[in-house]
Design a protein around this ligand. Structure first.
Ligand SMILES: NC(=O)c1ccc[n+]([C@@H]2O[C@H](COP(=O)([O-])OP(=O)(O)OC[C@H]3O[C@@H](n4cnc5c(N)ncnc54)[C@H](O)[C@@H]3O)[C@@H](O)[C@H]2O)c1
Length: 290
C-alpha cells in the first residue's frame, strides 16, 4: 500500500503534486536541490490550501494536518521510506537520469517510481533505472490542485500491477486518468504545444501583437487563456524542451521550435515563474513585454 510519497523537484509542479497528496492523507517528502525553492514551495502550498479553507472547501483542521504531513528536504534523506517516488524536476533528460541514478539504490525494492515529464520517453527513462516494470509516467496538469486530469503513460516494461496501482492513487486524489501510449509529448502536449508554438510564430511573423493573439484565441476559439499567456504559465523553458522532444522524436519539421521562443529562453524570460515572458508580471497588471 502506498502511504509515503517522495516528490523530487519542488517547482510549480512539485509543489502542486505535494499539495494534492498531503490533502488526500499521504505523507509527503518534498525534495529539491535548492532550499530557496523548497521555502517558496511551502509558502505556495500554505497559500493555496489557505484559499481552499477560505472558500469552505477544506476545514482549517484538515489544512493544518495536511501541511504537517509534508517534510521538505534538500537532498534525498528519507527517500528510502517512500512507497512511491514522483520525479518532477526540470524538463531535461540528463537531469532526470542523474536523479534516478542517485535515488534508485536508496529505494525499497517494492517502491514504485514515476516521472511527471511532459514529453520525454518513459521507456528510455525507465531503462536507466533498476525497476522498469515499476516505472510509469504520471503526467499531472498545471495547476495541479485545480486540474482534473492525470495522463498515465506505460513504458514498454511497465507492469499491469504498476499501472493499476497508479490509477488507484490518482483516483484517491480525486482526479481522473487518460491513458496515453509512450510517444513524444503523449496526448495533451502533442496537441497543445504545437498550437502554442504556432501562436509564437504568429507573433514572430508580425501577424498580430501579443494582446491580439491572446484575445483572438480567447474570444474567437473560446479558450480560457490565450496561448502566449498559457506559454508563460507553463514556463517557456518547459515549452521549448517539449518542442525539441517533438521535433527530434518525430523527426518532422512541423515541430520546429519558433526562433522567438528560443530567444526568450536564452534571455531568461521564462514566463510567470521568473516575472517575465511574453508578459511582464512585475507591475500590478501583466503587460506585454514587447
Ligand atoms: N509547467 C507545466 O505546466 C508542467 C505541466 C506538466 C508537467 N510538467 C513537468 O514537470 C516537471 C517540472 O516542471 P516545473 O514546471 O515544475 O519546473 P520548475 O522549473 O518550476 O521546477 C523544477 C524544480 O526542479 C528542481 N531541480 C532541478 N534539478 C534537481 C535535482 N537534481 N534534484 C531535485 N530537484 C531538482 C529545481 O530546483 C526546481 O525547483 C518537468 O518535467 C515538466 O516538464 C510541467
Amino acid at each position: 500500500m502506498v502511504q509515503k510519497v517522495g516528490i523530487i523537484g519542488a517547482g510549480q509542479m512539485g509543489n502542486g503534486i505535494a499539495h494534492v497528496f498531503c490533502l488526500a492523507g499521504f505523507d509527503v517528502l518534498m525534495s529539491d536541490i535548492s532550499q530557496d525553492n523548497l521555502d517558496k514551495a511551502m509558502d505556495t502550498i500554505a497559500k493555496n490550501i489557505g484559499r481552499q479553507v477560505s472558500k469552505g472547501k477544506v476545514s482549517q483542521e484538515s489544512a493544518d494536518a495536511a501541511i504537517a504531513r509534508i517534510t521538505p528536504v534538500v537532498g534525498t534523506d528519507g527517500i528510502g521510506d517512500c512507497d512511491l517516488v514522483i520525479e518532477a524536476a526540470t524538463e531535461n533528460e540528463e537531469i532526470k537520469k542523474q536523479i534516478f541514478q542517485d535515488v534508485c539504490p536508496k529505494l525499497k525494492p517494492e517502491a514504485l517510481l514515476a516521472t511527471n515529464t511532459s514529453s520525454i520517453s518513459i521507456t528510455r527513462l525507465a531503462s536507466t533505472t533498476d525497476r522498469p516494470e515499476k516505472f510509469i509516467g504520471l503526467h499531472f496538469m498545471n495547476p495541479v490542485p485545480l486540474m482534473k486530469l492525470v495522463e498515465l503513460i506505460r513504458g514498454i516494461a511497465t507492469s499491469e500491477e504498476t499501472y493499476a496501482t497508479a490509477k488507484e492513487i490518482v483516483n484517491k486524489l480525486g482526479k481522473t486518468t487518460a491513458s496515453s501510449e509512450d510517444f513524444p509529448a503523449f496526448i495533451v502536449n502533442r496537441i497543445l504545444l504545437p498550437m502554442i508554438n504556432e501562436a509564437i510564430y504568429t507573433l514572430y511573423e508580425g501577424v498580430g501583437s501579443v494582446e491580439s493573439i491572446d484575445k483572438a484565441m480567447r474570444l474567437g476559439a473560446n479558450h480560457p487563456m490565450g496561448p502566449l499567456q498559457l506559454a508563460d504559465f507553463i514556463g517557456l523553458d518547459t515549452c521549448l524542451s517539449i518542442m525539441q522532444v517533438l521535433f527530434e522524436g518525430l523527426a518532422d519539421s512541423k515541430y520546429r521550435p519558433c526562433p522567438l521562443l528560443v530567444k526568450y529562453v536564452e534571455a531568461g524570460w521564462l514566463g510567470q515563474k521568473v516575472g517575465r515572458g511574453f508578459y511582464d508580471y512585475r507591475g500590478d497588471e501583466p503587460v506585454p513585454t514587447r
